[in-house]
Design a protein around this ligand. Structure first.
Ligand code: SAM
Length: 310
């Protein structure tokens, strides 16, 4: 098995942001290699940590790194089920939670998981390998319009239609089986001069297919809402996003919890009665420092938003 290598992004900013109490109860919705969780755990004395990941290999790696103890619970599940997960573990509320979105470097580097456009492997991209939909299904069975929309929306790829047409033309001859076959088809559909220097023509399309396969954006709004609702008063929710579509969702959900009255301005008095339920810890997202950017290029697109429950 590939070694679990992943550099945690915005680590000290998350730890500061969580304002950890040694007796508090914390959840990490995206345990990964346990980088953030191992530091959260080191701040606890009588507190508890619940670490969730939908990838069983991440659960194995993190539990090896942090160890097994009574006050740490590892859960192989989707974080969107946070309410059930807490209920099943007799936890009534959280003093803090972290969600570090996207995939880990381990998942990308481990060629057979099929996330990488530079390593040949069967088209898979499932974070949870028991999930029914794989990248193979998206690439080989989606109708052209649906495929073009996935690539355009989730990859923010202006050549989404052209790429979808090329994929459908290729798969009419034979199914597209591997990551490199797909990467070549994308490369031939994208004008070389439109690809930013140092980037790969298949980067955006692979991101789009991965988001579709794992339902990443479809589940996010509900999950962020549920995590916030699970917080105890004073509890904090930290969310790290890696692209604008995710950040937009988090920003809007947080803004909604942090805002009061929504009555039209011309109303003389409030009739909606809406009160803020949360307080934004920083109005603007927190970005990686120059040092972090220099040492971990993956942090380049990271944004951290933090909200505290009132
Ligand atoms: C960026 S990594 C987390 C890295 C971790 N914070 C660390 O420092 O080691 C994201 C992890 O979240 C997991 N993940 C993504 N979406 C998930 C979901 N909906 N439910 C549970 N885990 C998810 C992925 O499998 C991956 O292991």
């Amino acid at each position: 098995m590939t070694e679990f290598k992943h550099i945690s992004v915005l680590l000290s900013e998350c730890i500061d942001g969580l304002n950890i109490r040694p007796d508090g109860i914390y959840a990490d919705g995206t345990l990964g290699g346990g980088g953030h969780s191992s530091v959260i755990y080191s701040h606890l004395i009588t507190g508890k940590l619940i670490g969730i990941d939908r990838d069983i290999e991440a659960i194995d790696a993190a539990s090896k790194r942090i160890g097994k103890a009574e006050n740490i619970i590892y859960v192989h599940d989707n974080y969107k089920n946070i309410k059930n997960i807490l209920f099943n573990n007799n936890i009534s509320g959280l003093d803090g939670a972290l969600v570090d979105l996207g995939i880990s470097s381990y998942q990308i580097d481990n060629a057979e998981r099929g996330f990488s456009y530079t390593k040949d492997a069967p088209l898979d991209m499932r974070m949870n390998q028991s999930d029914p939909l794989s990248a193979y299904d998206v690439v080989n069975t989606y109708e052209t319009d649906k495929l073009a929309k996935v690539i355009f929306d989730y990859g923010e790829e202006r050549y989404g239609r052209k790429i979808a047409d090329s994929i459908c033309k290729a798969r009419a001859k034979k199914p597209i089986e591997t990551t490199l076959e797909l990467a070549e088809i994308i490369k031939s559909a994208v004008p070389a001069k439109s690809v930013p220097k140092g980037s790969h023509p298949a980067k955006r399309t692979f991101q789009a297919i991965r988001i579709e396969v794992n339902g990443e954006l479809a589940d996010l709004k509900g999950a962020v809402t549920d995590f916030f609702e699970c917080l105890n008063p004073g509890g904090r929710l930290c969310i790290i996003t890696f692209h604008s579509l995710e950040d937009r969702i988090v920003k809007h959900v947080f803004a909604d919890f942090a805002s009061g009255c929504t009555c039209p301005k011309e109303f003389p008095v409030c009739v909606c009665g809406k009160q803020p339920q949360g307080k934004l810890i920083s109005r603007k997202p927190i970005l990686p420092s120059a040092e972090e950017l220099a040492s971990n290029s993956r942090s380049a697109s990271a944004k951290l938003r933090i909200i505290e429950k009132l």
